[in-house]
Design a protein around this ligand. Structure first.
Ligand code: 13P
Length: 249
């Protein structure tokens, strides 16, 4: 039985004090969730938030890590540093990193390997932009993103990955994929995993949906057999909304 999950991605929001306050609210409102709950915070929040959520079921994620192990890379944060804060997950391949910071499939492949080497579980994001959806090439796009960065992994390592399908046209736009669109893509992604790794790994892989998922549409999205949960941006910044999404899973 694969893990069901609701993960938040705070992106570049909340200063340290605000982040600690939000984590404290979440710790108090998330008691016995029916799914894995993860919050992804900016690097500088990680160590403090790890302290706040200690003893709660909430897990911690970074939103990125470096593609180098250590050394003279000014401003970068390594996977080992992330892990040393208490974080157990690392969001990688987010479309905002691909688009604004030019992260290529090759760079992401390195990041995934370094995360795994340092005992961090990647939440690996894939998804097409609007023009690609309009040209009906979303399947090809997602397939090449998987082939470029994670299908090189052994089955044992791939089993540590959570995938997040995030159609870029749905991120922060209020334009959610319909439950049918999400299910269709998730089933396709699972079929690709089946081809590469076989039935068992495909069945066990958690595939999240992300893109304007909120407390109103979460239940309908999560009702689909191949949608195992959500990666939540905007709605993860408000404790009541994020808790409602967790309760919908
Ligand atoms: P929104 O939920 O704000 O659309 O963001 C989704 C996302 O990018 C999560 O990683």
């Amino acid at each position: 039985m694969r893990t069901k999950m609701v993960a938040g991605n705070w992106k570049m929001n909340k200063n340290l004090q605000e982040g600690i306050a939000l984590a404290t609210e979440l710790k108090n409102s998330v008691n016995t969730p029916a799914c894995e709950v993860v919050i992804g915070t900016p690097f500088i929040h990680l160590a403090s938030v790890a302290e706040v959520i200690k003893g709660s079921p909430i897990q911690l994620a970074a939103e990125n890590c470096a593609d180098k192990e250590s050394g003279a890379y000014t401003g970068e944060v390594s996977a080992a540093m992330v892990r040393s804060t208490g974080a157990t997950y690392c969001i990688l391949g987010h479309s905002e990193r691909r688009q604004y910071y030019h992260e290529t499939p090759e760079i992401l492949k390195e990041k995934v390997l370094l995360a795994l080497k340092n005992d961090l579980k990647p939440i690996f994001c894939i998804g097409e932009v609007k023009e690609e959806r309009e040209a009906s090439i979303q399947n090809e796009v997602v397939k090449s993103q998987l082939e470029g960065s994670v299908f090189n992994l052994s089955a044992e390592d791939f089993a540590k990955i959570t995938l997040a399908y995030e159609p870029v046209w749905a991120i922060g736009t209020g334009l959610t994929a319909t439950p049918a669109q999400a299910q269709e893509m998730h089933a396709y992604i699972r079929s690709l995993i089946r081809e590469h790794y076989g039935e068992q790994v495909a069945d066990d892989t958690t595939i999240l949906y992300g893109g304007s998922c909120n407390e109103k549409n979460a239940a309908e999205l999560f009702a689909n057999p191949d949608v195992d949960g959500g990666l939540i941006g905007g709605a993860s910044l408000v404790a009541e909304k994020f808790t409602a999404i967790i309760n919908a899973r």
